[in-house]
Design a protein around this ligand. Structure first.
Ligand code: NAD
Ligand code: LMR
Length: 403
């Protein structure tokens, strides 16, 4: 019996507090609303389909008032389109988005998931599991095989849906299979997405797929298109941290230049370890100039060989990181990797979707200027530029003629 006494006392005290709160309403309710909001009014999944009644009671009707106040505080759901949502990466990604890891714990999410017809049943299973997670911030889900519908009002579009390569293939070998997906999706985005849409292309070869989609959507500013080189950056950071025997958090300023392919240039020359130049901390310069670069360039193939399938969880993680590094201000002096439209920076031809070191103020981004390269760095940048120009040539038939 003993242990029950403190519980009873606690319950009694809680009762008095609740009674006092209601006696002092409505002023105290206003004060308490921010505390009670997450407890009282979690947003149910699929809420968009149901008339959600908030408030409505008279002045004495305190419970509806509570709901009303908290619902008023929740911001409008952000519309997030994910293509290929039933695929490997999709499956690793949508749960992280719905849980709040991409847009923060207080931002309601409307998930708009696009799949091809044959994968819609599997997508329904994904949606069932999302329901079963009861994520408080998942406001609604749209499941569709219609791109225009999927992108309707979208603020973010994560273009993942595309075939992955198999062992022995280069990513550019996928152009013939995947290139055709991105022109129509670009057009659909231009037609139905929100004016503030931002698009991250993940499906390979992601730089050139982003280029195809972008050129098919001239209505959307070129600065709103990104292709994912963040996985390469993260791989490079891990390799450097392991070599230097330091925590990965000590690694900064890792830029990945050019194509998300084996010609990419993960740049250790400008990277830093605990604020110091990498070449001052790691004395094995042969490794930095050779094995390090090659490991990062070929990491995707190594994962395919080991797993029998291309990277998925790490790719989904890089999507989260890519979006975060655009939506939040880059720490002073640092940068992250994204493939963005070239305006001729570092002599990269205008219009290429090129991996650069990028920094953001949370709203706008820019390519980090004035970084220095040695001859080897410049050679590598030229080589990856050349490959992207070749890919551009290969997809001439998929972009409007004037481009
Ligand atoms: P997956 O085959 O497991 O899933 C792809 C999904 O896309 C499938 O469910 C498929 O039905 C769907 N899909 C195909 N065509 C579609 C279309 N037109 N519209 C909507 N959905 C469509 O493949 P995955 O492992 O998830 O990889 C997806 C893509 O991401 C691949 O091209 C892969 O090479 C690429 N990838 C890129 C990076 C990167 O760093 N940029 C990293 C890993 C993988
Ligand atoms: C990766 O880098 O892991 C992906 O692009 C998949 C691949 O084909 O390598």
């Amino acid at each position: 019996m003993g242990p029950r006494v403190p519980k009873l006392v606690a319950a009694f005290v809680a009762g008095i507090v609740v009674a006092a709160v209601f006696a002092l309403a409505p002023t105290s309710l206003l004060v308490l609303a921010p505390i009670l909001a997450p407890i009282v009014a979690p947003i149910p999944a699929h809420a968009q389909d149901q008339p959600h009644s908030c408030g409505g009671g008279g002045p004495q009707d305190t419970t509806p008032q509570l709901v009303s106040m908290s619902a008023g505080m929740a911001s409008t759901p952000i519309q997030v389109a994910v293509t290929g949502a039933a695929g490997q990466i999709g499956y690793a990604l949508v749960f992280r988005i719905a849980s709040g890891q991409m847009f923060g714990p207080d931002q309601p999410i409307a998930l708009r998931m696009l799949e091809i017809e044959p994968a819609l049943k599997s997508l329904e299973g994904v949606a069932m599991e999302l329901d079963d997670c009861a994520f408080p911030m998942l406001a609604s889900m749209e499941l569709t095989s219609n791109a225009e519908k999927a992108f309707e009002g979208a603020n973010w579009a994560l273009l993942v849906g595309a075939a992955p390569r198999k062992q022995g293939m280069e990513r550019s070998d996928l152009l013939a299979v995947n290139g055709g997906i991105f022109g129509p999706q670009g057009k659909a985005l231009a037609k139905t997405a929100a004016a503030n849409i931002r698009i991250l292309v993940v499906g390979n070869p992601c730089n050139t797929n982003a280029y195809i989609a972008r050129l098919n959507a001239p209505e959307i500013a070129a600065e709103r298109w990104f292709a994912m080189t963040r996985l390469d950056e993260n791989r490079a950071r891990s390799q450097l941290a392991q070599k230097a025997k330091v925590p990965v958090a000590a690694i900064s300023n890792v830029g990945v230049w050019g194509n998300h392919s084996t010609t990419q240039y993960p740049d250790a020359r400008n990277a830093r370890i605990a604020g110091l130049p990498v070449f001052d901390v790691i004395s094995d310069h042969g490794w930095l100039k050779g094995k390090f670069i090659e490991t990062v360039q070929k990491r995707g193939a190594a994962v395919i060989e080991a797993r029998g399938a291309s990277s998925a969880a790490s790719a989904a993680n890089a999507v989260i990181d890519s979006v975060a590094s655009l939506r939040t201000a880059t720490p002073w002096g640092d940068w992250h990797s994204l493939a963005v439209v070239s305006h001729g920076e570092y002599s990269v031809p205008e219009g290429l979707q090129f991996g650069f070191p990028v920094r953001s103020d949370g709203e706008h981004w820019e390519v980090v200027p004035d970084l220095k390269h040695d001859d080897d760095g410049w050679d590598r940048i030229k080589k990856t530029t050349h490959e992207l120009l070749q890919e551009q040539e290969m997809v001439k038939g998929l972009v409007p003629a004037q481009a």
